[in-house]
Design a protein around this ligand. Structure first.
Ligand code: PMP
Length: 430
């Protein structure tokens, strides 16, 4: 299995034509790679080719170090203690909130609620905002390309309230047609929740246009930014969405921490999501008064070190520049798409005109799991399965795909290795 295999032929012109970076932003990818210790690993003695960042991304040393340093040097519970360590941890935790706000363009740090991740953020909105604003006969609108975490919380809410979940279709490229979406926005639509960038297809939704359509009808919008924040500049105030959610672990930060952005006037009128310590102003058995946001939505001891390390993560990304990250990945995507399109028997699932670096595909006669297993033995990490987006698989008539997902630390040589390994898979199954 380990004898060398030639890369599938791709002319140098075709390689050159693979989309060139736009704008002046550049990224020193070799320097970036040195920042990520995991990239030096060698599974089965082969240099790691990590193409699974959409599932979870690797972490730079500064982030690992911040989390460790927090536990070594300034760890205590936040907001509660009068002592030195608690004060230090609280300052660092609230600093991280400010940094996270700045990173995604929230104008007020109180609009940032630390949550476990995207899943918890969406559940928070469904339970709190949703329970208050969605009633019998109302509708919640989503799209076909949602991750399960942006489907099931709305199904639970609709079941509880006697409301209906409406789903906007996608075309064969994996794009939402705006006129179809518009038709589904009605008098009873109480919320439109959509993925900013699809994890299964890579599609970047035209969220500005979508938000304009929704707002023209007074419909608030939640964006699932799990796959957008690690790859492109995001400005929630400019987008003018009501809610925006992302996970730290996909954006090179720790797992178990993420952020929900909500417009302050909405957060202020929303009931608590969970009850407990920290989220109250006063408690008695007769009546409890709730704290203002964000504390109202952060019951219990939070992921203190995780939040602080998320602050370091966004500092790290800002220092590189999200424009540079975007340009680098766009270039890689063009290169990778050209390579894979050239492979006989391979079909790309998700060919939207606006995409991030997600290469989802199936191969004639070979199950995606077999491909994943063979690639693994070559040191290549990809994801195989339905990617928690079963309705997308149904839409394209496949049970699963292989997904190679790119991030700021990937290089063209890794895509060459992927293509070579796929050629080997084809030979094995010929
Ligand atoms: N939405 C999208 C688009 C995702 O890709 C993911 C993770 N695969 C999620 C939501 C859920 O994120 P988490 O598991 O971090 O809560």
């Amino acid at each position: 299995m380990s004898e060398p295999v030639k890369s599938p032929a791709l002319s140098s012109e075709a390689r050159q034509e693979a989309r060139a970076p736009q704008g002046g932003a550049t990224l020193d990818v070799e320097a970036v790679r040195r920042d990520f210790p995991a990239l030096a690993l060698a599974p089965y003695g082969k240099p790691l080719v990590y193409l699974d960042s959409a599932a979870s991304a690797q972490k730079p040393e500064v982030v690992i170090e911040t989390e460790a340093r927090c536990y070594r040097e300034f760890y205590a519970n936040v907001h509660r203690g009068v002592h030195y360590l608690s004060a230090k941890a609280t300052v660092a935790y609230e600093d991280a909130r400010r940094k996270t706000a700045r990173f995604i363009g929230a104008r007020n740090p109180n609009e940032i609620i630390f949550v476990r991740g995207t899943t918890e953020g969406i559940n928070l909105v469904a339970s709190s905002y949703g329970r208050r604003h969605v009633g019998a006969g109302d509708e919640v609108l989503i799209t076909t390309m949602e991750h399960h975490s942006n489907i099931v919380p709305w199904q639970l809410l609709c079941e509880e309230k006697g409301a209906t979940l409406k789903v906007a279709p996608i075309n064969d490229r994996g794009e939402v047609e705006l006129d179809e979406l518009e038709k589904l926005m009605g008098q009873r639509t109480r919320l439109f929740a959509t993925v900013h960038v699809s994890n299964a297809l890579g599609t970047i939704n035209p969220v500005r246009e979508m938000i304009a359509l929704a707002h023209a009808r007074g419909i608030p919008v939640l964006l699932d930014g799990a796959q957008a924040v690690p790859h492109m500049p995001v400005d929630v105030a400019e987008l003018d969405c009501e809610f925006y959610v992302f996970s730290g672990h996909k954006a090179f930060g720790p797992s178990g921490i993420g952020a929900l952005y909500g417009k302050l006037e909405l957060l202020q009128e929303m009931p608590p999501y969970q009850g407990g310590g920290e989220m109250i102003r006063t408690v008695s058995f007769e009546k409890t008064e709730y704290a203002d946001p964000p504390a109202r939505f952060e019951a219990g001891t939070p992921n203190i070190a995780g939040a602080i390390a998320l602050g370091t993560t966004v500092d790290y990304l800002e220092a590189i520049g999200m424009d540079a990250v975007w340009a680098h990945e766009e270039n890689l995507l063009g290169y990778g798409t050209a390579l894979l399109e050239n492979q006989p028997g391979l079909r790309l699932i998700g060919t939207a005109r606006e995409k991030v670096g997600v290469l989802s595909f199936v191969m004639d006669g070979v199950h995606p799991h077999d491909i994943g297993t063979i690639l693994d033995r070559e040191g290549i990490a990809v994801r195989t399965g339905h990617h928690c987006a079963q309705p997308v698989m149904d839409r394209f008539g496949v049970p699963a795909t292989v997904r190679a997902s790119l991030a700021l630390y990937n290089i063209r040589e890794e895509l060459d290795q992927l293509a070579a390994a796929l050629a080997k898979v084809r030979e094995l199954f010929a």
